[in-house]
Design a binder for this molecule. Structure first.
Ligand code: ZN
Length: 269
C-alpha cells in the first residue's frame, strides 16, 4: 500500500513536469474507483494550467488555476508520467496530456480515488487530519500532551490520524525501535523525554524513506520504476526471528490493535 513517503515521492516526481503546463487532453477510461470520478472531471480540467502538486497526509493534491484534485492511491494506485505514445496498460484509468508527456493514473484494485478537493466527500477526508509528521507542530511536546488520558498502545497512538498523519505500520514499528519504546506500552505511561526522542525518530525514518524513494524519481518519466520502499534499511519490520541489529536477540512479533507489530524484546521497554 502506498505510504506517505511514496506519495511525497510521487508529488516531487511529477511536480516539475506538470507545474506551468496546460492539460491539453483529459480522458477518463474507468470512472469506478473507490468513489466515482466526478462526471465533469475531463470537462473542468481541459485547458487548465497546473499551478501546484502537493501532499497532505497520504493524499496527493493537484491544483490548477480554478480547481483542485484530491487523490488517494488506495491499495495499488500510482501516477506515472510517460511519453504520450506509450501504449496504454490495463488499469490505466485516467490520462492527462501535458505537452509530449502524459500523466496516467493506474490502479488494478481500484481502491484509490480522484475527487474535487472542495467536494463534501474530499472535505470529510482531510478537514480533521492531525499535523504533518515533518512539520514543527509535530514534536515531543505535542505527543506528550495528546497522550494524556489515552491508555491505548503507543503504536496505535502514533498511527492515529488525529495525533499525526501518515505514520503507517512500517514507520511506526521502525520509529519505536529506534526510540527504544515497546510498541504495546500504554501511551500515557511514556515520559516527555522519550516522546521527544520518538518524534525525532519518526521524522528521521520518514525522511530517510522519502530520500530512498527520491533515488527513483527519474523512473516516473520513463514509467519503468516503482517507488522505493527502503526495505534494505528496515531494523525490525518483517524481521521476526532474525537477530536484532543492536543486541542480537531475536526480533519478536505480535498483534497490537489488529496490526502485526515487530520489536526487539530486549531493546524496547
Ligand atoms: Zn535488540
Amino acid at each position: 500500500m502506498p505510504e506517505l513517503p511514496e506519495v511525497e515521492t510521487t508529488a516531487r516526481g511529477i511536480a516539475p513536469f506538470l507545474i506551468g503546463q496546460k492539460f491539453v487532453s483529459v480522458r477518463v477510461n474507468q470512472p469506478s474507483l473507490r468513489w466515482p470520478i466526478p462526471s465533469d472531471f475531463s470537462q473542468r480540467l481541459l485547458n487548465e494550467v497546473c499551478v501546484s502538486v502537493t501532499r497532505r497526509a497520504k493524499y496527493l493534491l493537484i491544483e490548477t488555476e480554478t480547481t483542485k484534485i484530491l487523490s488517494h492511491l488506495g491499495m495499488s494506485g500510482s501516477f506515472r508520467l510517460v511519453d504520450s505514445k506509450t501504449p496504454l496498460k490495463l488499469h490505466d484509468h485516467v490520462q492527462i496530456l501535458v505537452g509530449s508527456l502524459e500523466l496516467r493514473y493506474h490502479d488494478p484494485r481500484r481502491f484509490g480515488c480522484l475527487l474535487w478537493a472542495d467536494s463534501e466527500r474530499a472535505r470529510q477526508l482531510i478537514d480533521n487530519l492531525g499535523p504533518e509528521p515533518l512539520s514543527d507542530t509535530f514534536c515531543g511536546e505535542w505527543l506528550y500532551l495528546q497522550s494524556k488520558r489515552r491508555n491505548i498502545a503507543v503504536k496505535s497512538f502514533i498511527m492515529t490520524n488525529s495525533v499525526v498523519v501518515g505514520v503507517g505500520n512500517i514507520y511506526a514499528s521502525e520509529s519505536l525501535f529506534l526510540a527504544g519504546i515497546h510498541p504495546a506500552r500504554p501511551a500515557n505511561r511514556i515520559s516527555f523525554a522519550r516522546y521527544n526522542n520518538l518524534a525525532t525518530q519518526v521524522k528521521k525514518v520518514l525522511s530517510c524513506a522519502i530520500e530512498a524513494g527520491g533515488t527513483t524519481l527519474r523512473d516516473f518519466v520513463n514509467g519503468q520504476g516503482e517507488p522505493g520502499y527502503f526495505q534494505q534499511t528496515l531494523s525490525v519490520y518483517g524481521r521476526a526471528g532474525d537477530p536484532c541489529k543492536r543486541c542480537c536477540h531475536a526480533i519478536g512479533n505480535r498483534m497490537i490493535a489488529g496490526r502485526n507489530s515487530f520489536f526487539c524484546p530486549q531493546c524496547q521497554t
